[in-house]
Design a protein around this ligand. Structure first.
Ligand SMILES: Cc1cc2nc3c(=O)[nH]c(=O)nc-3n(C[C@H](O)[C@H](O)[C@H](O)COP(=O)(O)OP(=O)(O)OC[C@H]3O[C@@H](n4cnc5c(N)ncnc54)[C@H](O)[C@@H]3O)c2cc1C
Length: 148
Protein backbone atom coordinates (compact mmCIF):
# COMPACT_ATOMS: atom_id res chain seq x y z
CA UNK A 1 0.00 0.00 0.00
CA UNK A 2 1.31 3.46 -0.88
CA UNK A 3 2.34 5.49 2.17
CA UNK A 4 0.49 8.73 2.72
CA UNK A 5 3.11 10.28 4.97
CA UNK A 6 6.78 11.18 4.86
CA UNK A 7 9.14 10.49 7.75
CA UNK A 8 12.26 12.63 8.03
CA UNK A 9 15.16 10.90 9.77
CA UNK A 10 17.68 13.45 11.00
CA UNK A 11 20.98 12.89 12.80
CA UNK A 12 20.68 15.87 15.17
CA UNK A 13 18.02 16.92 17.69
CA UNK A 14 17.30 20.16 15.80
CA UNK A 15 17.22 21.52 12.24
CA UNK A 16 19.37 24.25 10.68
CA UNK A 17 16.77 25.30 8.07
CA UNK A 18 14.84 28.58 8.10
CA UNK A 19 12.45 28.88 11.08
CA UNK A 20 9.34 29.25 8.92
CA UNK A 21 10.21 26.14 6.89
CA UNK A 22 10.73 24.08 10.06
CA UNK A 23 7.43 25.33 11.51
CA UNK A 24 5.55 24.58 8.28
CA UNK A 25 6.95 21.04 8.22
CA UNK A 26 6.10 20.47 11.90
CA UNK A 27 2.53 21.69 11.31
CA UNK A 28 2.01 19.34 8.34
CA UNK A 29 0.20 16.21 9.59
CA UNK A 30 1.73 14.17 6.75
CA UNK A 31 5.32 14.85 7.84
CA UNK A 32 6.79 12.94 10.80
CA UNK A 33 10.22 13.27 12.35
CA UNK A 34 12.66 10.82 13.89
CA UNK A 35 15.54 12.80 15.41
CA UNK A 36 19.00 11.81 16.69
CA UNK A 37 18.90 8.91 14.24
CA UNK A 38 20.41 7.59 11.02
CA UNK A 39 19.62 4.86 8.48
CA UNK A 40 21.84 1.80 8.74
CA UNK A 41 20.10 -0.68 6.42
CA UNK A 42 17.70 -1.03 3.50
CA UNK A 43 15.52 -4.11 2.94
CA UNK A 44 13.54 -5.32 -0.06
CA UNK A 45 13.97 -7.32 -3.25
CA UNK A 46 12.50 -5.40 -6.19
CA UNK A 47 11.89 -2.27 -4.19
CA UNK A 48 12.45 -1.09 -0.64
CA UNK A 49 9.91 -2.27 1.93
CA UNK A 50 11.74 -1.35 5.14
CA UNK A 51 14.79 0.43 6.50
CA UNK A 52 16.79 0.12 9.72
CA UNK A 53 16.82 3.28 11.82
CA UNK A 54 19.51 3.57 14.46
CA UNK A 55 19.04 5.92 17.40
CA UNK A 56 22.43 7.62 17.72
CA UNK A 57 21.98 8.23 21.46
CA UNK A 58 20.84 4.79 22.62
CA UNK A 59 22.35 2.74 19.78
CA UNK A 60 19.00 0.93 19.41
CA UNK A 61 18.05 -0.14 15.86
CA UNK A 62 14.40 -0.45 14.78
CA UNK A 63 13.04 -1.77 11.49
CA UNK A 64 10.75 0.80 9.88
CA UNK A 65 8.31 -0.12 7.08
CA UNK A 66 8.39 2.21 4.07
CA UNK A 67 7.73 2.29 0.31
CA UNK A 68 10.86 4.25 -0.50
CA UNK A 69 13.80 6.28 0.76
CA UNK A 70 15.20 9.57 -0.46
CA UNK A 71 18.70 10.15 0.81
CA UNK A 72 20.03 13.64 1.29
CA UNK A 73 23.13 13.88 3.46
CA UNK A 74 24.73 17.14 2.38
CA UNK A 75 27.29 18.24 -0.16
CA UNK A 76 30.72 16.90 -1.00
CA UNK A 77 32.39 18.88 -3.79
CA UNK A 78 34.19 16.75 -6.39
CA UNK A 79 37.43 18.70 -6.08
CA UNK A 80 39.85 16.05 -4.85
CA UNK A 81 41.78 16.26 -8.13
CA UNK A 82 42.48 19.93 -7.35
CA UNK A 83 44.04 19.23 -3.96
CA UNK A 84 47.52 20.85 -3.83
CA UNK A 85 46.81 22.63 -7.13
CA UNK A 86 44.23 25.29 -6.24
CA UNK A 87 43.44 26.85 -2.88
CA UNK A 88 40.55 24.95 -1.29
CA UNK A 89 38.90 25.45 2.10
CA UNK A 90 38.60 22.76 4.80
CA UNK A 91 35.45 21.38 3.10
CA UNK A 92 37.22 21.05 -0.25
CA UNK A 93 35.41 24.03 -1.77
CA UNK A 94 37.38 26.17 -4.23
CA UNK A 95 38.35 29.63 -2.99
CA UNK A 96 37.48 32.18 -5.68
CA UNK A 97 37.45 35.98 -5.56
CA UNK A 98 34.52 38.20 -6.58
CA UNK A 99 35.57 37.78 -10.25
CA UNK A 100 35.48 33.96 -9.76
CA UNK A 101 39.25 33.78 -10.22
CA UNK A 102 40.94 31.04 -8.20
CA UNK A 103 44.38 31.11 -6.54
CA UNK A 104 45.87 30.45 -9.99
CA UNK A 105 45.56 33.54 -12.25
CA UNK A 106 43.56 32.68 -15.37
CA UNK A 107 41.78 29.73 -13.71
CA UNK A 108 38.14 30.44 -12.85
CA UNK A 109 35.51 28.50 -10.90
CA UNK A 110 31.74 28.81 -10.51
CA UNK A 111 28.74 27.22 -8.86
CA UNK A 112 28.34 24.76 -6.01
CA UNK A 113 32.04 23.77 -6.00
CA UNK A 114 33.18 27.20 -4.77
CA UNK A 115 33.16 28.45 -1.17
CA UNK A 116 29.90 30.34 -1.22
CA UNK A 117 27.16 30.98 1.30
CA UNK A 118 24.25 30.19 -1.05
CA UNK A 119 23.86 27.24 -3.45
CA UNK A 120 21.06 27.73 -5.93
CA UNK A 121 20.66 27.39 -9.69
CA UNK A 122 20.47 31.17 -10.00
CA UNK A 123 23.67 31.79 -7.98
CA UNK A 124 25.52 29.11 -10.01
CA UNK A 125 24.37 30.72 -13.28
CA UNK A 126 25.42 34.16 -12.00
CA UNK A 127 28.84 32.80 -10.97
CA UNK A 128 29.20 31.24 -14.42
CA UNK A 129 28.45 34.54 -16.15
CA UNK A 130 30.98 36.38 -13.98
CA UNK A 131 33.59 33.65 -14.56
CA UNK A 132 33.08 33.80 -18.35
CA UNK A 133 33.40 37.61 -18.43
CA UNK A 134 36.46 37.50 -16.16
CA UNK A 135 38.06 34.85 -18.37
CA UNK A 136 37.44 37.02 -21.45
CA UNK A 137 38.99 39.99 -19.65
CA UNK A 138 41.96 37.88 -18.64
CA UNK A 139 42.57 36.78 -22.25
CA UNK A 140 42.33 40.35 -23.57
CA UNK A 141 44.68 41.63 -20.85
CA UNK A 142 47.20 38.86 -21.48
CA UNK A 143 47.09 39.46 -25.26
CA UNK A 144 47.71 43.17 -24.70
CA UNK A 145 50.60 42.50 -22.33
CA UNK A 146 52.31 39.89 -24.51
CA UNK A 147 51.38 41.40 -27.88
CA UNK A 148 49.89 38.04 -29.02
C1 LIG B 1 18.04 17.83 -3.64
C2 LIG B 1 18.39 19.19 -4.17
C3 LIG B 1 17.38 20.12 -4.41
C4 LIG B 1 17.69 21.38 -4.90
N1 LIG B 1 16.67 22.28 -5.14
C5 LIG B 1 16.95 23.46 -5.67
C6 LIG B 1 15.90 24.37 -5.99
O1 LIG B 1 14.71 24.09 -5.79
N2 LIG B 1 16.22 25.56 -6.53
C7 LIG B 1 17.52 25.92 -6.78
O2 LIG B 1 17.77 27.01 -7.30
N3 LIG B 1 18.53 25.08 -6.50
C8 LIG B 1 18.29 23.87 -5.95
N4 LIG B 1 19.31 23.01 -5.64
C9 LIG B 1 20.70 23.48 -5.84
C10 LIG B 1 21.09 23.44 -7.31
O3 LIG B 1 20.80 22.15 -7.83
C11 LIG B 1 22.60 23.72 -7.42
O4 LIG B 1 22.91 24.90 -6.72
C12 LIG B 1 23.03 23.87 -8.86
O5 LIG B 1 22.68 22.71 -9.60
C13 LIG B 1 24.54 24.10 -8.93
O6 LIG B 1 24.95 24.07 -10.26
P1 LIG B 1 26.43 23.68 -10.63
O7 LIG B 1 26.51 23.75 -12.13
O8 LIG B 1 27.40 24.46 -9.82
O9 LIG B 1 26.61 22.17 -10.14
P2 LIG B 1 25.86 20.83 -10.65
O10 LIG B 1 24.45 21.13 -11.09
O11 LIG B 1 26.06 19.86 -9.53
O12 LIG B 1 26.68 20.42 -11.90
C14 LIG B 1 28.01 19.96 -11.81
C15 LIG B 1 28.23 19.01 -13.00
O13 LIG B 1 29.62 18.71 -13.08
C16 LIG B 1 29.77 17.32 -13.27
N5 LIG B 1 31.10 16.95 -12.76
C17 LIG B 1 31.47 16.77 -11.48
N6 LIG B 1 32.79 16.47 -11.42
C18 LIG B 1 33.25 16.47 -12.68
C19 LIG B 1 34.54 16.24 -13.26
N7 LIG B 1 35.61 15.96 -12.53
N8 LIG B 1 34.64 16.32 -14.60
C20 LIG B 1 33.56 16.63 -15.37
N9 LIG B 1 32.32 16.87 -14.87
C21 LIG B 1 32.18 16.78 -13.54
C22 LIG B 1 28.61 16.70 -12.52
O14 LIG B 1 28.34 15.41 -13.01
C23 LIG B 1 27.50 17.68 -12.84
O15 LIG B 1 26.85 17.38 -14.05
C24 LIG B 1 19.04 21.74 -5.16
C25 LIG B 1 20.05 20.80 -4.94
C26 LIG B 1 19.74 19.54 -4.44
C27 LIG B 1 20.86 18.53 -4.21
Amino acid sequence: MLQTKVTVVHQFDNFQAYEHAIEEAHNNPKIHFILNSTLTGFHGTESINSVDIKNLKSGEIQEFKTDGAFIFIGYLPNTEFLQDKLELNERGEIIADSGMETSIPGVFAAGDCIANRYRQVTTAVGDGTIAALSALNHIHKTMKETGN
